[in-house]
Design a protein around this ligand. Structure first.
Ligand code: 3PG
Ligand code: MG
Length: 399
């Protein structure tokens, strides 16, 4: 699979190594609330500084839309970074127009330094994959390492154009991620079961379409399942559902049948009358829904049904929660299935790969984030990869 170079192909001694990182971590009240993306960078950084290379980090943070905006300064992630790396981390401010001063600061820094450069999206050229900006970036390093799988779906100057200007490699986290995805869907042990949840079918059409041809069974949960239930002629009461997508949902079911992919929909549901935590709730069969109720989770019968399907599988890929997992007790389906997949993984029965948006938060909530074979830190990039799309940031690393 690996047609790109890795850290093993380079000697970083005395080199300036531009590392594309994804420091786009959640921050609340000036504190990094989930540092997973920073943690995953550490192995690559250690390898560079161990031999007295300089690690120079490029990253975006938020969406400042091409303007310098202190609210989106990467300086705010430095304390969390220092703590995790256990090594000083320097910060270099720049508007990315003028980089001579940046180059001087890099040259003056001692061998083995780790330096974070200001938000690449402070310059409008970043998101335009601008060649001049990429050339300015390239002038700051001797080698380019991309360790930001979660930004690889973007063809931006720091993820795409710059990779073509310098000798390039995938970092350890990037290589691990690609290897895990290959095990999950590229070249998996069969049968493969995909679990797809989330609110909207409309955002996951490409995903469902691609999975049908690649997996033996597809579990659909979350509010998107309601769209399928409605399309199948069942009442969904006041549940969230995209009723205008009924025809699309039925086409997906027909295509799945042709592809011999079993679609597993909820057979029962946890129903409440108010959308709030601990709202009074009851279980209903999907053929006997209360017209005033709202489906907020898959029901106990569905949980057993999904577990039985997981028993048949050798590989599990997961994207999206199965219910309103942010609110008890509507987290039950997601939590029980997450724990079950974790237990099957631990028992050596399945390879489990999860990622995308709310999925990591849901697995963390279930307490099993570290018990899957691999949990991606990527949102959009994981989804696009599961949709079968090629990722510009990965393509640019291939020779
Ligand atoms: C992410 O958080 O998904 C990545 O950092 C990419 O961010 P973006 O969606 O703003 O491009
Ligand atoms: Mg995103």
């Amino acid at each position: 699979m690996a047609t790109f170079k890795t850290l093993d192909d380079f000697d970083f001694a005395g080199k300036r190594v531009l590392v594309r990182a994804d420091l786009n971590v959640p921050v609340a009240d000036g504190q990094v609330t989930d540092a997973t993306r920073i943690e995953r960078l550490i192995p690559t950084l250690r390898e560079i500084i161990k031999v007295d290379g300089k690690a120079i980090l490029l990253s975006h943070f938020g969406r400042p839309k091409g303007k310098v905006d202190p609210e989106f300064s990467l300086e705010q992630v430095i304390p969390a970074f220092v703590e995790l790396l256990g090594h000083p981390v320097g910060f270099i401010a720049t508007d990315w127009v003028e980089v001579d001063r940046v180059r001087e600061a890099i040259d003056e820094a001692p061998a083995g330094s780790v330096l974070v450069l200001e938000n690449t999206r402070f310059h409008p050229g970043e998101e335009k994959n601008d060649a001049d900006l990429a050339a300015r970036m390239a002038s700051l390093g001797d080698i380019y390492v991309n360790d930001a799988f979660s930004a690889a779906h973007r063809a931006h100057a720091s993820t795409e154009a710059v990779a073509r200007l310098l000798p390039s490699a995938a970092g350890r986290a990037m290589a691990d991620e690609l290897q895990a995805l290959e095990k999950g869907l590229g070249n998996p042990q069969r049968p493969v079961i995909a679990i797809v949840g989330g609110a909207k079918v409309s955002t996951k059409l490409d995903l469902l379409g691609n999975l049908l041809d690649k997996v033996e069974a597809l579990v659909i949960g979350g509010a998107m399942a309601n769209t399928f239930l409605h399309a199948g002629g069942l009442g969904v009461g006041r549940s969230l559902a995209e009723k205008d997508l009924a025809e699309t949902a039925n086409t997906i079911r027909d295509r799945a049948e042709d592809a011999r992919c079993a679609i597993i929909l909820p057979i029962d549901a946890t129903v409440a009358w108010h959308f709030e935590a601990n709202a009074p709730h009851r279980y209903y069969g999907v053929d006997a829904m209360d017209p005033d109720g709202m489906i907020l989770d898959i029901g106990p019968g569905s949980i057993e049904r999904v577990k039985a399907a997981i028993d048949e599988a050798k590989t599990v890929v997961w994207n999206g929660p199965l219910g309103a997992f942010e609110m008890t007790p509507f987290d039950q389906g997601t939590v029980e299935i997450a724990k079950y997949v974790a237990a099957r993984t631990k028992a050596g029965k399945v390879v489990s790969v999860a990622g995308g948006g709310d999925t990591v938060a849901a697995l963390a909530h279930a307490g099993v984030k570290d018990q899957f074979t691999y949990v991606s830190t990527a949102g959009g990039a994981f989804l696009e990869w599961m949709e079968g799309k090629s990722l510009p940031g990965v393509e640019a690393l291939k020779s």
